[in-house]
Design a protein around this ligand. Sequence first.
Ligand code: ADE
Length: 276
Amino acid sequence: MRIDVLTLFPEMCEGVFSTSILGKAREKGIVSLNTVNFRDFSGNKHNSVDDTPYGGGGGMVLKPDPIFAAVEHVLAASGNLELPRSEGEQAGEADNVHTIHDDGEAAEYNGESTAQGKPRVILMCPQGRTYNQQIAEELAQEEHLIFICGHYEGYDERIREHLVTDELSIGDYVLTGGELPALTVIDSIVRLQPGALGNETSAVTDSFSTGLLEYPHYTRPAEFRGWKVPDILLSGHHANIEVWRREQALQRTLERRPDLLETVELTAKDKAALKR
Ligand code: ADE
């Protein structure tokens, strides 16, 4: 998998890309992680990438030309020549555009990858669809993702209309830029790549991939400052431990995120455990 991040602050990303699981995945060749400073594509002697908004008002707006040029550069470097959204397509009509809605259920991605070889071009912004594990699992299947990160300013609408295939938000709060959101999304995608995590089972039992929050974990010592590890975990009885863990996960989800229980498939035993 190849991931490119268009940013004015590549150093923000490089530290994350060379550390821990992401650094190892990169070293092992599981993922190619690249940054592109789109100021290098400003095309003007002042190196400016933003300008005042037409129609007046405060703030600055990111110009379309450096962003398009930087994406075209990435496409050429990856052996692709065509923009993911070809000329003349209306927003939302192209088959590889993943229209963003804010109405939860109906906002499902169509679950299809972009046309063969075409990367997804993802704009990080608070107006985007709220990111979750389901989108992580879908994006983890793609061959090439390009993230666009702005700072301080808005984006010229033509970037949204003619270049971007997805708009993503990491939650209902506003950050100073798209880098931390992009890194959050990238981290969650890279750890899903086969071989990225040391222990292959850990991505499978994650919170959210089972649809439930994770059960409690304990390690040595069996007693710490008078607080004991539950006896069941020391019993060596694996079947009973599995039942206990499932019950704990259900209970924790009920207490903290009851909304998640609406979408998860519950067995009769699960339902009984929740009533207790
Ligand atoms: N840029 C600023 N705030 C953001 C958010 N919440 N999600 C994605 N990109 C952003």
